[in-house]
Write a protein that binds this ligand. Sequence first.
Ligand code: PEP
Length: 257
Amino acid sequence: MKKNIVAGNWKMNTTLEEGKALATSICELIINKPLSAISGNPEVIFFPPFTHLTEIVKIAKKVKGVYVGAQNCYSTDKGAYTGEVSATMLKSIGATHVLVGHSERRQYFKEDDQALAAKVSQAIDNSLIPVFCCGELLPERKSEQHFNVVKQQIVKSLFWMDEADFKKVVIAYEPVWAIGTGETASPQQAQEMHEFIRNLINEKYGMEIANSISILYGGSCNAQNAKELFKQTDVDGGLIGGASLKSSDFFQIICSF
Ligand code: PEP
C-alpha cells in the first residue's frame, strides 16, 4: 500500500536553535493530534540541513510517524571527498531518508542522471529511503517536453533497480517552474504527471509495485492549495519547501488529506 507523506525540505534555512524550535513545535502539534487520527494517516519527514540532523532526530524519535532525512548524500561511501557526507554517515546518526536529485542540486551543483543513480544506490545500500526528485524546466513544459524529460530522469536514475529495491523508493514530482516561485502546478497538471509516472512504473515493474510507490507533489504547495492537490488520485502527499518553515502552515498541510 502506498503511504501518504508530507515532507518538509528546509533547504539552507534555520540556525540549529531555530531548527530545533521548528521541529519541536511541529511535533507538539502532532502529539496533540496524532498522525493516526488525521485523515490519510500520513507520515511526516523533516529534511533539515546536515548540521541539525542529530538534534532533529532526537526530537522526531519521540513521535510516531515522524522521520528525519538529509537533503543530499554523496555518490560513494567513503574516502578523500572533502566536504561531502555519505549515506553510511547519515544512517549512523539515525536518518531514515535522503533527498536525491532536487532541482537545486541539479541546477547549481550540476548533478546528472548518472551521479543521481549512484546516490540512489548508496541510499539503498545503507537502508535509507531515497526520495527521488524529478521535474521539468519551464521551457521544457512550454515546448511540451515535460513528459519526456521526467521519463528520462526516472529511467536513467531509477529503472536500473531490481523490484525489491525499487519498492523502497519515494518519488517527488517537482516542476522546476513551480519551486519557490509561488506558481503551483494546477491539480490537473499534477495529476496527469503523477498518473504518467505511475504508468511508467507499471510498464517496468507491474501494477502491484506501481500502486505501492508514493508519488509526492512539490512546488509552492502550501496550506491553501494542499487539499486540492492531495485530493488527486495519484498525488500521495507533498514535498514542501517554503511552507515547511512555519509550523502552523506545515501542520495544516499534514491535515490536508
Ligand atoms: C522544494 O524545495 O522541494 C519545494 C517544493 O519548494 P517550495 O515549496 O518552496 O516551492
